[in-house]
Ligand binder design. Structure first.
Ligand code: NAP
Length: 231
């Protein structure tokens, strides 16, 4: 049976690593991003390993972008929805602009809300929603207020949705990575030891593990900490 898997933010970083990990002969990957060149690279890396690849280019910061993504994905049911796209605004909270606040809410919270609301209706029993949260969904950190706000919000939302979806046997699997070496850090102020961070591949392995369990088993929460202490 062909499985349809939608991954948002698959153009780079953790999303690309997940796409590479989940590519299989019975899988059609619906890969979303904004950067057409980077997304094409992900598609090229996976297309010979899976049944099909669909490239979806939309800005998830806007309701229109999310609506266009939904309409392009179409009415065929998804077996897995992976809410991975995300942004990090890192600065003292007094310097955060309203635009940055709205942008973060849009990409990190409202888009997953709209995608879950639209797609779970068609998802068959045994399907899964995967949310790429963060250790910042559980703990606040100085200068990360806007990011933590968004991850805490998605955490509360997804815990509640998980309970609503139990009767339909749809699993909600939440992943909480510590600092992971991806391009998200390129624009974060400060001196962050990228070489000490965990890899995107490790996060992707955790996602693949959770999805690989029998349909009656939900590996609901996976926290990936840094063995040497979080950075
Ligand atoms: N890296 C970490 O330390 C870390 C730790 C814990 C959790 N996470 C979470 O993991 C997820 C992936 O992060 P990453 O580290 O892989 O970051 P990344 O390398 O910067 O990739 C972010 C992805 O999100 C997409 N994206 C960003 N803004 C978007 C927008 N407005 N509309 C549509 N797509 C947008 C990007 O698309 P384009 O580049 O094509 O625009 C890209 O594919 C995020 O939810 C992040 O919060 C990351």
């Amino acid at each position: 049976m062909n499985r349809r898997i939608l991954i948002t933010g698959a153009s780079r970083g953790i999303g690309r690593a997940i796409a590479e990990k989940l590519a299989d002969s019975d899988v059609t990957l619906l890969l979303h991003g904004r950067d057409t060149v980077a997304l094409a690279e992900t598609c090229k890396a996976v297309q010979s390993h899976c049944a099909g690849v669909v490239k979806l280019i939309h800005d998830l910061a806007t309701e229109k972008g999310v609506a266009n993504l939904i309409s392009e994905v179409g009415g065929d049911p998804l077996n897995v929805l992976i809410n991975n796209a995300g942004i990090a605004v890192v600065k003292p909270f007094r310097e955060v602009t309203l635009e940055e606040w709205k942008q973060t809410l849009g990409v990190n919270v409202t888009a997953p809300f709209l995608l879950m609301q639209r797609f779970v209706a068609q998802m068959p029993p045994g399907s899964s929603v995967v949310n790429i949260l963060s250790i910042a969904a559980q703990t606040g950190f100085a200068n990360w207020s806007t990011y933590c706000m968004s991850k805490f919000a998605l955490e509360g939302f997804s815990q509640s949705v998980r309970d609503e979806l139990r009767e339909r046997r749809i699993r909600v699997l939440n992943i909480y990575p510590a600092a992971t070496n991806t391009e998200i850090w390129d624009d974060v102020m400060g001196d962050w030891p990228r070489e000490k961070m965990i890899s995107a591949n490790e996060v992707a392995s955790a996602v693949a593990y959770a999805l690989s369990r029998p349909e009656n088993v939900a590996v609901e929460n996976i926290t990936l900490s840094n063995a040497a202490g979080n950075l």
